[in-house]
Write a protein that binds this ligand. Sequence first.
Ligand SMILES: [Zn+2]
Length: 511
Amino acid sequence: MLKKIEPKDTEIKKLLVYPDKKTTFRVESAEDKKNFSVKLYLQESAKKKYLEEHPHFAAKAMEEIFSTGSFHLGLGLEKDLDADRLAEAFTRVFSRLKNYQEKIQIILPEKLTSIFSVRDIANIAITSAGMQTYSVALLKSPRKADSQSGKDGKESKEPESRLKEVTFVAGNKTEWNHAINNLSPLVPHINGMRQVQALPGNYLTPVVMEKRAREMAAKFGLKISVYGQKELEKMQAGGILAVSQGSEREPRMIVLEYNPAGASSTLALVGKGVTFDTGGISIKPSSDMHEMKYDMSGAALALHAIVAIAEKKLPLKVVASLGMVENMPDGAAFKPGDVYRSYKGLTIEVQNTDAEGRLVLGDLLAYTEKKYKPDYMINFATLTGAIVVALGPYHAGLFSNSDEWKDMIVDAARDTLEPVWPMPMGRLNREELKSDIADYNNISGSRYGGSSSAAAFLSLFVEKTTRWAHLDIAGIGFMKKGFNVYPKGGTGYGIRLVTRLAEIISAKGKK
Ligand SMILES: [Zn+2]
C-alpha cells in the first residue's frame, strides 16, 4: 500500500538535478555607465545629500531607492554596521534584482574595506547572491510561462533568477580576484545542501540519499561504500539498527572517500541523517514536527562538503560517513527502556527514543575512527533542542576533546563568518549517563545541560587520542526566519566552514 503513494523515481531524479553555477562574479576598478548599478551608502551627517533627485534619501540602514538604471541602498551608520547588517543589505540587493537584471555592478562605499576585509565582503556578497538566486520551492506545481521566462512557451515554476553576472567596482583587484576564485565555487554545493534539506521525508529517504551520494561520487571521482540493513546487521551497528527498526524504510550507512595522491592528513566528516524524526515512541509534540525533515542536515553537510573539497582538489584525504535512518513509532519500533549493543560494544539503555541521533552517530564515529584512523574527526548533527535554548539560533554549538582542534575550528569559523560557539563537556557529563542495567543511558535524565550530555554521550564512542569535535547545528542548520546570508528553511550552513578547515589542515601538513 505505502509504496503506491511514494513519489516516482523519475520525479525525484528531476528534483535532484545538481544546482549549477548561475552567476559569475568579477571585479573592475571603474564603473561602466552602461550597466545597471547598485550603490551602497554609509550614513554620514544628517545634512548630507546623497542623491540629487531624491533629497530625502539619508542612507539609513535598508533605506532603498530605485531610479533609472540604478538601485540605491543605505547601510546605516558605520558604528552599527556589522557583518549581519552587511549581509542583510546584499540579501536585499539580490532578492530585489534577481528577477529583473542579468548584469549588475555593485559600487561599494570606499570606507567599507576599512571596516571589513575584502575576503569578508566578497564572502558575504557571493554567498548571499548564491542563496538568493536558487529557490528551494522545489515542489510547486508548474504554471504557464510568463514574461519572466520560457520565451519558447515552456512551462515554469517559480520565475527563475535572471542574474548572470555581478561586477564589484573596487580597488585592490588581486585581493578581490583571490576571494572570488576561492569562494564562488562553493555556491553550487551550498545550494546542493539546501536542495536535499528542503525535500520532505517522503522524498528524501535513506535510499534516495544513497542515490544522491552515488551520483556525487561518480561526478567528483570519490570512492563510495554503502551498507544496507543486512550489512549493518553483520557489522552489529546496533545504534543505527535500533533507531531504524520502527520504519518501513531501510537504513543506509554511506561512506565516501576523497583520496588524492600525496595526502598527508585525514579528515573525517560524520553526519547525522535522520530523514524524518517523529521522536519514535517518545513522540514529539505535533507543532513544528514537520520541521523534522531537516533532521538530516548533518549528513547533507558532510556529503556536500566532501564534494566541495574534492572539487577544489585540496591535498588531504577526506572521509564522509553518513548515517541515514528514519525514526518512526511502530509495532516494531524500539521502546524506552530497551537496551541495545552498539557497534563499539557498549550496551545502551534507551530512556528516550527521541534522543536517537546520538545512537546513530555513536556507531558512525566508532566505525569511522576504527577503519580510517583520521587525524581529525568532526561530526555534524541537528542534535539537541537544548543547544537552541543555550545559544539561540545564531550559532552552532562546538564541543571537542582537543583544544588544538577546537581552536582550528574557531579560526575557520572566523575566516568564513559561519558562527560557532565553544561549549563544555567532560567526565562529569559522562558520569550522569550511567545506567542501572546497561553501560550507559542515552539521556542524563536531568533538565540541565542537555547539549553537553549529548556531546558526552558521543565522546563515549571516540578514543581519547583522536582529535574529535561535535558541531550541534540544531539552531543554525534550519531556521524559521533567516539572518546574515542564511535564508529561511535549510541554511546550507557549514560548507564554507568545513572547506576552510580542510584548507587549514592542508596548509599544516602531517602532524
Ligand atoms: Zn530525535
